[in-house]
Design a binder for this molecule. Structure first.
Ligand code: SF4
Length: 451
């Protein structure tokens, strides 16, 4: 690892799945504001819908998601009933015809933890009250350990056309250390079942920085994963925050790779995937040449939202469920992260929104600069400032912040002001984005590590 990179690798930087980021959301946010924003959406606005299912069968020690392990299915059944109520409460607040949902995503947690009838009821409710657009993507995150051939066919029958598997690592010792045993053969069988059921689009998530991982072991996993030919592979670094996620105490510090090793693992996975026919996308995604995400990268239409990189061009993202985040042209909002609070609000017939932030015109301009950098590793900030009606001179402080980053090789600033992040510095693109982030405060434990 280049000596100059070390100080950046351990720096806490936002993931920039939004700007302003969730850290800036205010608790002093009235649900009525959210209702106003929903009502102000144009009648022809396209929609993306996200549903959060915060349940899993067993805890993976590395987990950083908002999830729980219920003792009985009763909790999930009750949660489903409340979700249906939340969807029904929200739908009348939007004006315009049905049939505008271009993307529908089930995340978690493990959405396939839900019984088939409950999943079916949620899909039917969104279809009835919002309606899917022609060719809509209907996607779901799945756990290979609880997936079956029957489930694959049931999902296809419900209309799902993309499935995402948390793979992380195929190495047996690593799987043992993170409490997630799912051999290669099991994942291969899941992919086959999904394809047999007619669900062609498959995503994998891989991880680096896990206990027991080495450069050689992650290369082996990346080769095996690429051999199964998923359409997209996302690669995430493990964030070890046991003071915040108590179950991570099950991971011993001495089993964790150091920062240089983490960096080498991330680079090795990227090199293995690109050598096996995948195109690198933004910070941490890889896609096959025939995948719409690769097309969107080349066409300049790739986007980034709360689910990460996406080809979803929707004007608004409406999230349902405990902790779900929504994004509207006028701002962002998040439902209560505390399950009891979320449940009480829904039972009372009220929306559960309890944090949020309005987007100012300057935020909107900076958001576009940051999103384009995150997606394409290059941006023309001055042109974007002018497009939004601002004097490009207002970005002088940002260009000043870029100087040390440029000196350390994280980016290049062209004479005309364009900013370019070299391909081999993509892991540090978020650090470059911080130069344009007017809210960023480099405080430890506020965001994830750069590497
Ligand atoms: S399956 Fe996913 S969400 Fe559930 S505990 Fe494991 S990592 Fe967390």
């Amino acid at each position: 690892m280049d000596e100059r990179l070390k100080k950046y690798a351990t720096q806490d930087v936002p993931r920039y799945t939004s700007y302003p980021t969730a850290v800036q959301f205010s608790n002093d946010f009235a649900p009525e504001t959210w209702v106003d924003w929903l009502g102000a959406l144009p009648e022809d606005a396209s929609l993306s819908v996200y549903v959060h299912i915060p349940f899993c069968r067993q805890m993976c020690w590395y987990c950083g998601c908002h999830t729980t392990i219920p003792n009985t299915y009763e909790r999930a059944a009750t949660y489903t009933r409340r979700l249906l109520k939340e969807i029904a409460l929200t739908a009348p607040m939007l004006k315009g015809p049905k049939g505008r949902v271009t993307h529908f995503h089930f995340g978690g947690g493990t959405p396939t933890y839900l019984a088939e009838d409950d999943l079916r009821a949620i899909v039917a409710k969104v279809r009835d009250l919002f309606g899917f657009a022609e060719g809509a993507e209907i996607a779901i995150e799945m756990d290979p350990r609880t997936f079956s051939r029957e489930k694959a066919f049931a999902l296809a029958e419900m209309g799902f056309n993309r499935g995402s598997f948390g793979v992380q690592d195929f190495n047996a010792r690593v799987q043992e250390l993170v409490n997630r045993i799912q051999p290669y053969e099991m994942v291969a069988e899941c992919v086959k079942n999904l394809h047999d059921a007619g669900i062609e689009a498959v995503n994998f998530d891989l991880m680096y920085g896990l206990p027991g991982q080495t450069v050689d072991s992650v290369i082996e996993t990346a080769k095996l994963a690429a051999g199964l030919r998923p359409d997209r592979i996302a690669v995430f670094g493990y964030a070890h925050v046991p003071w915040f996620k108590k179950h991570q105490k099950m991971i011993r510090d001495e089993d964790l790779p150091g920062i240089e090793e983490r960096y080498e693992q991330a680079v090795a996975i990227g090199e293995t995937l690109t050598a096996n026919g995948y195109t690198a996308i933004g910070l941490d995604h890889y896609a096959r040449d025939d995948d719409p995400m690769t097309t969107a990268l080349h066409a300049g239409t790739l986007r980034r939202n709360f689910q990460g990189y996406t080809v979803d061009p929707a004007d608004a993202l409406v999230g349902f469920g405990c902790s779900a985040i929504s994004s509207l042209p006028r701002g962002y909002a998040q439902s209560a992260r505390d399950m009891a609070k979320w449940a009480t609000r829904i039972e009372e017939g009220r929306l559960a929104i309890d944090r949020g932030i309005a987007i100012t015109p300057e935020d909107r301009m900076r958001a576009e600069i940051i999103e384009r950098l995150m997606c394409f590793l290059r941006v023309d900030p001055r042109a974007i400032a002018e497009k939004h009606g601002f004097d490009p001179a207002m970005l002088a402080a940002s260009y000043e912040k870029l100087k040390p980053l440029e000196a350390d090789g994280l980016c290049r600033v062209e004479e005309d002001g364009r900013v370019i992040v070299p391909e081999d510095r993509r892991l540090f693109v978020r650090t470059v984005c911080t130069a344009f982030d007017a809210h960023y405060q480099p405080r430890p434990q506020r965001h994830a590590k750069a590497v």
